[in-house]
Design a protein around this ligand. Structure first.
Ligand code: WAQ
Ligand code: MG
Length: 253
């Protein structure tokens, strides 16, 4: 699903009909046929009550999956409480540096997630040279076709509920991060929500797990985004194909 709104371009001072599209809400998942009606309604309501405002365009795509989804391990989660975005930035830098990502690549990523307006998808950055490889810099890479196996979802919900964080936002993020971490050639992911009132983000990787970072941004800020760090010599096209197109099902080991 994606929902957007046309707004007057701020750049053009001339009175014109030039309009910019801002991204309001997006979501994707893998569901059984019997769940489609409910999830379609949930997505619609989510877009219509979004803190970024009302959309004037709502697109929903429903597609039958023809291949069996690939099983992918669920990342374990933990939380690092931070007092401020500055503290959070120190934690991010340490986690990424320990993962072998250069300062340049980290700085480039921080630039992406603190930019005034968020991209619709994720940026992809080479871990050494900091080169950005996504073909469309406004759209970015949109991870899709990921779901979670029923039993694993129940046990995840239980464990999240014990911490008071059993929300759709957290569950969807863990599923997405598990798919990204399962991709050969991906080293780590950085995520900051673009919702103005959601201030917890995360760093995730197969090695680190899913590490939630509180106060990663200032409340009220419209910036946010995702960055995937890939091995310097990784084949970007193969990674994009996996993340956008190959169906996977997250399972607890
Ligand atoms: N694929 C790639 N990038 C995406 C996708 C996707 N499917 N969905 C969102 N993004 C990018 C896009 O640039 C958004 O602006 C940005 O991520 C943030 O998306 O543990 O809510 O949906 O408490 O606002 C994480 C923390 C919440 C959860 C993430 O992201 C927790 C969140 P949002
Ligand atoms: Mg959002």
């Amino acid at each position: 699903m994606r929902a957007s709104r046309k707004v007057k371009s701020q750049k053009s001072k001339v009175k014109s009909s030039e309009l910019n599209e801002i991204h309001i809400s997006g979501a994707e998942g893998l569901y059984e046929l019997a769940e489609i009606e409910k999830i379609t309604r949930d997505y619609f309501l989510r877009a219509m009550s979004h803190p970024k405002g009302k959309p004037d365009n709502f697109v929903i795509t429903i597609e039958k999956i023809r291949k069996n989804p690939v099983p992918v391990p669920l990342l374990p989660f933990s939380t690092v409480p931070c007092g401020s975005p500055d503290d959070a930035s120190d934690v991010i830098k340490e986690l990424l540096s320990n993962s072998g990502i250069t300062k340049r690549a980290t700085q480039n990523a921080i630039r992406v997630v603190t930019a005034k307006s968020a991209m619709r998808g994720a940026a992809m950055i080479r871990a050494e040279s900091a080169v950005r490889v996504e073909p469309d810099k406004r759209r970015g890479i949109r991870v899709s076709r990921m779901g979670i196996e029923k039993g694993s979802e129940k046990s995840l919900s239980c464990r999240l509920a014990k911490k008071g964080i059993n929300t759709v936002t957290v569950k969807e993020a863990i599923i997405l991060a598990s798919k990204v971490a399962s991709c050969r050639g991906v080293i780590a992911e950085l995520c900051v929500s673009d919702d103005p009132d959601y201030t917890t983000g995360y760093v995730a990787s197969g090695k680190l797990g899913y590490i939630r970072i509180t106060n990663i941004k200032q409340r009220g800020s419209l910036s946010g985004g995702r960055v995937f760090f890939i091995e310097e010599n990784a084949d970007a096209d193969r990674i994009i194909e996996y993340l956008e197109r190959i169906p996977i099902l997250v399972m607890q080991k």
